[in-house]
Design a protein around this ligand. Sequence first.
Ligand code: AHR
Length: 328
Amino acid sequence: MTSANVHRLAVALLAALLVGCHKSGPGETAAGDSSSAARTKIRVGFSQIGAESDWRKANTESIKSEAAARGVELIFSDAQQKKENQIKALRNFIVQDVDVIVLAPVVKTGWEPVLKEIRDAGIPVVLTDRRVENEDLYRTFIGADFVEEGRRAARWLVDATGGKAVIVELEGTPGADPAIDRKKGFHEVIAQYPEMKVIKSQSGEFTRAKGREVMETFLKSPEGPSITALFAHNDDMALGAIQAIEEAGLKPGEDILIVSIDGVYAAFEAMVAGKLNCTVECNPLLGPQLFDTIEDILAGRDVPKWIKTEEGVFTRETAAEDIKHRRY
Ligand code: AHR
């Protein structure tokens, strides 16, 4: 028996001790034996970041409904934006003897100890949506190219302004993979245009409320009247900022051009209303790809290190037609 199997046996025994307080779940046999060997269903633990945005809600729904459609027992944990909660959930998944752990990490760093515990327990880890630093500690990552999303947003703005703009930037959660990479891609392109300046950057934590609050501060600052464009790392912050811009007596989409990322339904509504100029798509409907990958891993098939999602760029000119085809 390998040391990983010995460790799994130990956690299974611990789980058996805890079974007295473990409710009868869909993965159990009639006799109540919930060990992985006796189960007929795949048991997956999923640590989700929270419900901070429309994107996140669509992502959770896609994963939950796909698990249900395939008869997978999904143990879902909402971390409410806290890394500590995610770490606790991951340790619980080991005790619950899951077959696979799915993690959407709120930030990029600080996962090594818990991911090593999971590796020692012999449980494969699939990252979804966001990455962690150490590539050795997970099997695969399913998600978007965030750097490219930032570049796409910048290229749209360059074209729309002829390479001349005074830009403010609403960043995502500090330390989060998409906040780091979207910024990187955007600034990489903007740096080639001397008349495009990012004059202020601040986190709006990927939420509408914070996006509105930070945009209000930008507008009230001495440089406020010079702002001609906004780059928001997600649609929710852009939608909050639109409110702040209107409250300041300005026209979003006209006085201040706005480009954001995600492509959620509400962003299309804002484009149809002429208040948002462009959204760069980031697909949250990852459920089908995720469970295909889990099945591959459990069947011993090779999976690529990065399973990239395909995405487009949408502008307000075609939004009235595009909105008819949106699924989130
Ligand atoms: O990690 C993906 C990002 O997280 C989405 O752009 C954002 O809306 C979400 O909260």
